[in-house]
Design a protein around this ligand. Structure first.
Ligand code: NI
Length: 163
């Protein structure tokens, strides 16, 4: 059974720590399978667009993305190509409740990752899907959207400094 995991809230140090790649064999371990199920469940229950493993206290390169077709699990994901064309949009994060900011991101990205079975996948993402992927992959590098955002607000008030 999948269970709800507690979300690590900024400035929890786990959000800034190094995250390691998984070995393909590790994906067969019950502990990792359960973590992936729990991450998907937590993202859905918290209504997140995505969730990265450090947000649930695990310094592993795993991200879950909410898509129209269900939860997309990305293991050891990498962005191969980022479009030159960018777009500025407001972002938030489950680890930074009530904080929002405008972040410039590439409109399109080409991504490679392993799926939860360890199979290599490659795909293109555009628009909001591309944005969420970039946000979640930043988490895997210990980067939060407030590091890149401007006009950061908390509870509707503009913050002078967010870090
Ligand atoms: Ni986030």
């Amino acid at each position: 059974m999948a269970k709800l995991l507690p979300i690590k809230i900024y400035p929890c140090p786990v959000l800034r720590q190094k995250n390691r790649n998984l070995k393909t064999a590790e994906l067969q371990k019950n502990e990792i399978k359960q973590l992936i199920l729990n991450m998907a469940e937590t993202m859905k229950q918290k209504d997140g667009a995505g969730l990265a493993a450090p947000q649930v206290g695990q310094n592993l390169r795993i991200a879950a993305i909410n898509t129209e077709d269900g939860v997309l699990v990305l293991i050891n994901p990498k962005i191969l190509i980022k479009s030159w064309r960018q777009e500025i949009m407001e972002e938030g994060c489950l680890s930074l409740p009530e904080i929002f900011g405008l972040v410039k991101r590439s409109l399109k990205v080409n991504v490679t990752a392993l799926d939860s079975d360890g199979k290599r996948i490659r795909f293109k993402a555009t628009g909001m899907f591309a944005r969420v992927i970039q946000h979640e992959l930043d988490h895997l590098d210990g980067v939060l959207f407030i590091d890149k955002a401007r006009e950061i607000t908390q509870g509707g008030k503009i913050l002078e400094k967010a870090r």
